[in-house]
Design a protein around this ligand. Structure first.
Ligand code: PRP
Length: 184
């Protein structure tokens, strides 16, 4: 799926497929260096982190393992509710492990700050965060993020894993939607 398939629904492309690819390769090299000689567990946060997890894990040269959590902080609309629910927990124990949480986006930071507290209570050797996108202007709580792809303006974005009403996740870029899509 690309911009021609969404036609007038798309307002603009904020981060292109090439920009995403290049940034992930660059950050993967950093991660390989930082975790050299240590076993790394990537924890993807479903569903949004699906694409970034697939591309980041394949760009790494280290033999990582992967696990997944599904949490929900959004309803069907575009605003963070601040209420985090675990929809699916990790399959494995993380005690003593080096964990890198892989997120598509940090918006208010509420999901991640809750998630980090939760994961740290399980006794891992370390917990750090990789986020492809971050909205500095939307931050409600400070969250330490070790690897950030792009700081973006506080606009509602879709694509590359991010949805509006579960649609647009399979766009290969990150973009904004035209007002008519929201019924404006
Ligand atoms: C998105 C995103 C983050 C969270 C960020 O997930 O993947 O987990 O919101 O928002 P916050 O910083 O304001 O807490 P969402 O709850 O939309 O679920 P999804 O990944 O299944 O789309």
């Amino acid at each position: 799926m690309d911009d021609t398939d969404v036609g007038a629904d798309l307002e603009k492309i904020l981060v292109s497929q090439d920009q995403i690819h290049d940034k992930i390769v660059e950050l993967a090299a950093e991660i390989d260096r930082d975790y050299a000689g240590r076993d790394l567990l990537l924890v993807g946060v479903l569903k949004g982190a699906l694409m970034v997890m697939a591309d980041l894990s394949r760009a790494l040269h280290s033999p990582v393992t992967m696990d997944w959590m599904a949490v929900s902080s959004y309803g069907s609309g575009t605003k963070s509710s601040g209420v985090v629910r675990i929809l699916k927990d990790l399959d494995g124990d993380i005690s003593g492990k080096h964990v890198l949480v892989v997120e598509d986006i940090i918006d208010s930071g509420l999901t991640l700050s809750w998630l980090l507290l939760n994961l740290r209570s399980r006794g891992p050797a370390s917990v750090d965060v990789f986020a492809l996108l971050r909205k500095p202007e939307a931050a409600q709580v400070p969250v330490g993020v070790r690897y950030v792809g792009f700081d973006i303006p506080s606009e509602f974005v879709v694509g590359y894993g991010l949805d509006y009403g579960e649609r647009y996740r399979n766009l290969p870029f990150v973009g904004t939607l035209a007002p008519h899509v929201y019924g404006a």
